[in-house]
Each structure stands twice: as structure tokens, then as C-alpha cells.
Design a protein around this ligand. Structure first.
Ligand code: PA5
Length: 445
């Protein structure tokens, strides 16, 4: 079976082989830490062995719950934010037909998302849309206290109870949260919702291979056993500190580039369905590494679309960027360009070629241009877009993130900076218990 391949030859030149190789001892130590549950943040190392340790009974329970929701609903609203949202969104978008949202409901409910923003119009329009629909809710919050999902859940729970009846609504709500603590756990227990547990030792952004990601993905009709099998294969591939470990290579390369002054990494795709995968990746790396005044800034573009907006900057702007390209080897469909007898658009030279061949030449041409323009390029090739490959890609980026954070010298598993805005928001809204902060913040306005 084909797997992920990494090519660093167009990046190594910029960072220098010596700088790259000098990072090897730190990478070896990082892999050992992750494998042996040692090092900073080791109480959040649970994701490392998730693919090999997830119980079949849990997978069966997730699939059975998804089927039950599918039998009763046309839409399932998945409520969560950050790590409790992005993994499921990324995988569902990557695997779904691009126009699924506009198609009539098939065998599986359509998965909608809420609680990932505080948009009044978004929530009002969602409520309007659901007003005459059969829907269910998956509410996800590890802490069980996050404002955005709690707010969306309060609105949608009330709507569901009103539309389906208070008792039947209980059967249409699944909560995914901490085993014991948090307001969502208290609520789920008191209402008698079906629940799944987010393990204590798995942080939000590393939780896509727990029920957090797996249940919404299963509800959308995708095969979570294949996703896990892919992740498990990559768990084995990235286990040892060897030159063929792609996660180690990626982590070393991006740190070497960072040390060489390349402070911004742009994740590039040439496959529009990977847009939200990049959003997931941005959170994974941004929250894991951006601390203590350090960290590569993770950005992303969809090409060739964004070559017509960001292309100028990437080609000729400040040379502090590097690119990591995700290249999909095989499309799922084959589409050939038709000839035209008048050839008024002068496109006949492409007659009979596949659309993907044009895309691949755009990718190659862009890489050559960007490298010549001073942009290092790391290339990650994936064989195709399916559950197995996405499972591999998820685990690859997770493992590389852990290694990379340790090479950088930070704890990749905490996120102390996320609290700052919350404290201010609570103070401004007058949340009980924040009286002193309210006084202090009002003096700043
Ligand atoms: O990675 C993280 O820990 C965060 O992004 C969280 O996932 C996010 O803040 C949501 O938190 P919770 O699941 O506790 O509602």
C-alpha cells in the first residue's frame, strides 16, 4: 500500500545540511520522550498510542451511535470549537463530495457545525434553517466550560426540545466531554444523554482520533476503522528515530528553516478539499509552538486559487517564509479536457489531457518559481484522498508536532495564552466571580 512521502531537497539548500543535521540529537530525544511518556507536558501524551490502543468496543459504540442518529435525523449539528471542532470538520470536508451540501439527504445525515464562533447571524440563520428539520446534536467540550459551544448548545437544545419534545430530545443529543468534571458532564448526567469520554491525557488539538472526531466523521458516513488503521500504520512508521521517519525529517527541517530566519510556514494544497485540513494543522502547530516568544507562524493557502491573491507576496515578498506542500498523487475521478473546433480560447494544446495533469504542472511550475524566488519548499506527497491516507496524515502531523515542539524547546501540549481573552471577556460581561477583573478592565476602556 502506498504511503506518505516527504521530500526536503528544495528546503535543505536554504537551511544548510549542517544546521539540519545538528538537530538530530534533539529529535532523537524528542521521539524517545514521546514514546516513553517523558518530557514537558507528558500528562498529555495520550494521543501517541491512541491508534494502537483504541478499543474495538469503543469503535463499535461510536458506529452504533452514529447509526442511531442517522435513523432519526436528517441533520446533525456538531457543536464545539478549536480542537473540539477542527479535526472532524477537516476530515468530513476532505472526504465529502464538494457539492454534498447542496444535494438532497442520502443515507447519512448532513453534519452542520456550530459553537465555533459567536456569530449572532450565523446562529440565527442556523436556527431558521433547522426550524422545519429533523435534527440531532453532538455537543463536544473537553473542559465542558467553553463559552462558544455552551452558548450554541443552550440555543439549539431549547429549539430541539421545542421541536421534538423534551423527552425525545434527550435521545437526539450526544455529549462528548470529560469523564467527571465540567458543566457539560453535569448537564449530560442530569439529562441522561448518551456520552463519550475525552481521555484526560489527550489535549483538544490532538483529539481527532477520539470520539471528538470519530463520532461526527462516522455520522457523516465515513469509515472510522480505516481512518484509525491509517493512523496506526503511521504510528509504526514514526516510532523510531531513523532517517526514514517522515515526522522526524519534517520536524527537523522546519526547525532548521526557522533557525535560518524562515519564521512563517505556509501549508499549501492544490486540492480544494484540504482547506479545512490546513485549518486543523494551523491550530495544531500554532497552539503547540507559539509560546515563550517563539514559534513558526502557521499560515495556509489553497492553490492555485490563492496564486491569484497571495501569489505576488509569496513570489517576491519578505523572504521569511517557507512552504510545505501537500500533493495528492491520484485524483478520485478522471476528467479529460475536450477539444474545440474553433479554439477561440487557444486551449486546444490541452485537448485530451487530464485536469489533474494541468494542476500538477501548475504545482511544479509554482515550486520552481518559488524556490528560485527564495522560498524553501518541503513536499509531502499523499497517495490519494481516503480515510486511510487521512488517518496517516493526521498522525504524521501530530507526531511531527510533538517532536518539533520539543526541538524548539517549548511544552507543545499546553496553551496558557488562550486564557487571556477569556478572562477579559468574562470580566467585560460581568461573569460572577470576576468582579475585581471587571473593575480593572473597565479602567482600561
Ligand atoms: O486544543 C485545545 O485544547 C483547544 O483548542 C480546545 O480544543 C478548545 O479551546 C475547546 O476546548 P473545550 O473542548 O474544552 O471546549
Amino acid at each position: 500500500m502506498k504511503t506518505i512521502a516527504i521530500d526536503i531537497q528544495h528546503a535543505l539548500y536554504f537551511a544548510g545540511k549542517e544546521r539540519y543535521e545538528a538537530l538530530e540529537p534533539a529529535a532523537v530525544k524528542a521521539i524517545s520522550n514521546l514514546n516513553n511518556c517523558e518530557g514537558a507536558g507528558n500528562d498529555f501524551h495520550g494521543w501517541v498510542k491512541l491508534p494502537s490502543e483504541i478499543a474495538q468496543a469503543e469503535i463499535d459504540d461510536i458506529n452504533a451511535t452514529a447509526e442511531k442518529l442517522a435513523a432519526q435525523t436528517d441533520y446533525v449539528v456538531c457543536i464545539g470549537i478549536g480542537g473540539s471542532y477542527l479535526g472532524a470538520k477537516a476530515v468530513i470536508e476532505a472526504l465529502s463530495d464538494s457539492f454534498a451540501a447542496y444535494a438532497p439527504k442520502g443515507k447519512h445525515p448532513k453534519v452542520l457545525f456550530a459553537g465555533q464562533n459567536i456569530g449572532e447571524d450565523y446562529l440565527a440563520e442556523l436556527q431558521k434553517f433547522l426550524a422545519d428539520k429533523k435534527f440531532g446534536i453532538i455537543v463536544i467540550s473537553k473542559s465542558g466550560t467553553t463559552t462558544e459551544p455552551a452558548l450554541a448548545f443552550r440555543l439549539l437544545k431549547a429549539q430541539l426540545e421545542q421541536q421534538a419534545g423534551k423527552e425525545p430530545a434527550k435521545d437526539l443529543i450526544v455529549a462528548i466531554t470529560d469523564a467527571k468534571k465540567g458543566a457539560l458532564r453535569t448537564l449530560a448526567t442530569s439529562e441522561g444523554y448518551k456520552t463519550f469520554v475525552i481521555p484526560d491525557n489527550v489535549g483538544g488539538r490532538f483529539s481527532v482520533l477520539t470520539p471528538v472526531g470519530l463520532l461526527p466523521i462516522a455520522v457523516a458516513g465515513f469509515q472510522i476503522d480505516k481512518l484509525i488503521a491509517g493512523a496506526k500504520a503511521m504510528q509504526e512508521t514514526t516510532l523510531h528515530a531513523t532517517p526514514s521517519n517522515p515526522a522526524m525529517v519534517y520536524a527537523m527541517m522546519r526547525n532548521a528553516l526557522y533557525q535560518a530566519g524562515k519564521k512563517i510556514e505556509i501549508l499549501v494544497n492544490y486540492h480544494p478539499k484540504l482547506h479545512y485540513f490546513a485549518e486543523w494543522w494551523k491550530q495544531l502547530y500554532g497552539e503547540s509552538e507559539g509560546k515563550e516568544g517563539k514559534g513558526i507562524f502557521p499560515a495556509a493557502v489553497d492553490l492555485t486559487t490563492d496564486l491569484h491573491s497571495m501569489g505576488q507576496w509569496m513570489q517576491e515578498g519578505e523572504r521569511t517564509i517557507f512552504e510545505t506542500v501537500i500533493s495528492v498523487e491520484e485524483s478520485n475521478f478522471e476528467l479529460r479536457i475536450p477539444g474545440d473546433k474553433d479554439n477561440l480560447d487557444a486551449m486546444n494544446y490541452l485537448t485530451g489531457k487530464r485536469v489533474d495533469e494541468v494542476n500538477k504542472m501548475a504545482e511544479l511550475g509554482t515550486r520552481i518559481a518559488h524556490v528560485e524566488g527564495g522560498v524553501p519548499v518541503i513536499k509531502i506527497t499523499i497517495p490519494q484522498m481516503d480515510e486511510h491516507t487521512l488517518g496517516e496524515l493526521i498522525y504524521f502531523f501530530e507526531k511531527a508536532c510533538g517532536i518539533s515542539g520539543y526541538i524548539l524547546g517549548v511544552n507543545p501540549f499546553d496553551q496558557p495564552g488562550v486564557e487571556a481573552y477569556k478572562k477579559n471577556m468574562f470580566a467585560l460581561l460581568g461573569k460572577p466571580g470576576h468582579e475585581e477583573a471587571t473593575k480593572a478592565i473597565q479602567s482600561k476602556i
